[in-house]
Write a protein that binds this ligand. Structure first.
Ligand SMILES: CC(C)=CCC/C(C)=C/CC/C(C)=C/CC/C(C)=C/CC/C(C)=C/CC/C(C)=C/CC/C(C)=C/COP(=O)(O)OP(=O)(O)O
Ligand SMILES: O=P(O)(O)OC[C@@H](O)CO
Ligand SMILES: [Mg+2]
Length: 247
């Protein structure tokens, strides 16, 4: 997995239908990678079928696991989500622990990474499933980001607004806060302008639902992300403002 190089990623849902033509266009769009995952209706069978179809094209492909039952071998990498603002330990590490016990030796650790989810849209399926605690102010979110980056040193922190376009000011602050983690943003990107703005705020931009709603607009997000430089770098002043409780 070369997540440190990813700027644009498409997320494909095994529980949704996509034609061969649309899949080809997505895979050959110039995106950096495909993440396969969804929060409901994901099975071993529909995941394996989607992987086989994606493998007709030359694109990096990673599985985001939401249950051990759909752990299909053959992906380039695996993400194990941990919901940092989950209501209970079950979705932070409980289910993952059980799966690690069950899978033991089978897990290809060199290709497996934790992604620390911070779920910020209470209406998203993932928020409902994990009972995500609402984080209403920026200081709360940034504290969560610091925990994941400085203490847990997670490779990926995922600000998840699935289904809704998020607060780019907050996403930018989160990105400038991290020191070791890569900051992923996903949610509500359905045109080039939103994609470009998100790419200015986050290291990696994830585009999902619009693939199934308007393929051309989905494809337009690739070039939009390419056309903007990376997000602003870390600044001491951001840390100082945080320390002074001004964010
Ligand atoms: C060789 C071989 C078998 C390889 C695989 C081995 C392997 C890597 C095994 C791993 C086993 C393991 C440790 C599994 C753990 C799986 C697990 C239980 C993870 C917990 C997942 C979790 C915390 C889920 C909570 C919800 C969540 C954060 C989901 C993330 C995905 C998401 C938000 C998708 C978007 O869904 P969508 O359907 O688009 O949502 P909307 O309806 O809002 O659009
Ligand atoms: O489906 P959308 O709203 O684009 O969100 C993408 C991704 O963050 C979902 O997990
Ligand atoms: Mg979705």
């Amino acid at each position: 997995m070369r997540v440190e190089k990813w700027r644009h990623v498409f997320k494909l849902d095994p529980d949704k239908t996509i034609s061969d033509g649309a899949l080809r266009a997505i895979c050959r769009s110039g995106t950096d990678a495909i993440i396969v995952g969804g929060s409901s209706g994901v099975t071993f069978a529909n995941t394996a079928e989607l992987l086989a179809r994606i493998r007709r094209h030359d694109v990096e492909c990673v599985l985001e696991l939401t249950s051990a039952d759909s752990a299909v071998p053959g992906f380039d990498g695996y993400f194990i989500p941990m919901v940092l603002n989950a209501a209970t330990v079950e979705w932070l590490c409980g289910r993952q622990l059980q799966a690690i016990r069950d899978y033991g030796e089978l897990i290809p650790w060199e290709r497996t990474a934790a992604s620390g989810y911070i779920i910020l849209n209470p209406d998203a399926t993932a928020a409902k499933v994990s009972g995500a605690r609402p984080l209403t102010d920026a200081a709360d979110v940034l504290a969560c980001v610091r925990l994941a980056d400085r203490l847990m040193r997670l490779p990926v922190i995922y600000l998840e607004y699935s289904g809704r376009y998020g607060d780019m000011d907050l996403v930018g602050k989160a990105t400038r806060t991290v020191t070791v983690s890569r900051l992923f943003y996903g949610g509500g990107i359905d045109d080039a302008a939103k994609a470009a703005l998100a790419a200015r705020s986050a290291h990696t931009v994830v585009v999902g639902n619009v693939i199934y709603e308007d393929l051309n607009r989905a494809l337009s997000t690739v070039e939009a992300v390419r056309s903007v430089g990376g997000p602003q770098r870390s600044s001491d002043s951001e840390d100082l403002k945080y320390a002074n409780n001004e964010l």
